[in-house]
Design a protein around this ligand. Structure first.
Ligand code: NDP
Length: 265
């Protein structure tokens, strides 16, 4: 079944994968970037949905993802991740359009010590987490026909991510001090995009009774940033000139503007 999918976040990690994988599954993807619709303006988001042509499903991969910068620009983060997601949900509801939206483990405080279930208490520790939570909340209020996928530690060949940073720094530096007490599940943007496309297909097949709700979606297993870096270096060894030695440190030894949760899985 070929679907008409409208996608926001064209230039992002997940956005890029959606755009390349959608047509492989037979779908027509209209991908909009910031130049077409700026999420700092909820009105612009509403207009984009109102004026879009024939669409079956909307997938939102646009987000303010600069976690530390959000501490000094909380209003912008809130508009992009909060208000505009609410506007998107409302505009989609007005047209009867289902919406698949991506969210984050940053909505949790990470103190539980074991993996979180979808309905567990949320308590963001950062401006970014708060803004993403606001988006989730407004979306639930305004469009019943939504799927929220909370994911974590996204990486891909495109854009900025931990894998690319480690490959660069590992070749440049002799030593890298890497946090070893934050736990998470690295997840590829390709897997997230594929899952969004499969969900879009299920929604279309379900003819109105879609699998609506909030889901946690990550790769299986868990690691720390230090163990992740060592795995990256081991896999890259045959082709990359990695010279850095890895030294584990605690989060408290690596202060950042945004508070990081220790175990938000
Ligand atoms: P990226 O940072 O790679 O991409 C974000 C996208 O949003 C880019 O296309 C960017 O456009 C766009 N964007 C940012 N600001 C605006 C704006 N004002 N108006 C319009 N577009 C804007 O994100 P990912 O693909 O990594 O993340 C996808 C989703 O997954 C997001 O919802 C994120 O919160 C969530 N997530 C991400 C994680 C991660 O580790 N990256 C972890 C957990 C969840 P431009 O290129 O112009 O900046």
């Amino acid at each position: 079944m070929a679907l008409n999918i409208l996608q926001f976040g064209r230039t992002g990690q997940v956005g890029f994968e959606l755009l390349s994988r959608g047509p492989l599954r037979g779908h027509r993807i209209t991908a909009l970037g910031r130049e077409a619709v700026d999420f700092t303006s909820p009105e612009a988001v509403k207009r984009a949905i109102g004026s879009a042509g024939n669409i079956d499903v909307v997938i939102n991969g646009a987000a303010y993802t600069a976690v530390d910068k959000a501490e000094s620009e909380p209003d912008i983060a809130m508009r992009v991740n909060g208000d505009s997601v609410g506007a998107l949900g409302q505009a989609c509801a007005a047209r009867g359009l289902p919406l698949i939206h991506l969210s984050t483990d940053y909505v949790f405080d990470g103190t539980k010590g074991t993996p979180y279930a979808e309905d567990e208490a949320i308590f963001p520790l950062s401006a970014y987490g708060l803004s993403k939570l606001r988006g989730e909340t407004l979306l639930r209020e305004r469009n019943d026909r939504h799927i929220i996928l909370r994911t974590s530690w996204v990486y891909s060949p495109f854009g900025a991510n931990f894998v690319k940073t480690m490959l660069r720094l590992g070749a440049e530096r002799d030593e890298l001090k890497i946090v070893d007490d934050q736990h998470g599940a690295p997840t590829t943007a390709a897997d997230i995009a594929l899952t969004c496309l499969i969900l879009a297909e299920r929604i279309a097949k379900a003819e109105g009774n879609g699998p609506w709700g909030t889901y946690h979606y990550t790769a299986s297993g868990e690691t720390t940033w230090r163990r992740f870096a060592e795995a990256i270096f081991a896999m890259a060894a045959p082709w990359a000139k990695i010279k850095a030695r890895v030294t584990p440190i605690l989060t408290s030894q690596y202060p950042t503007p945004a508070t990081r949760q220790l175990n938000p899985r």
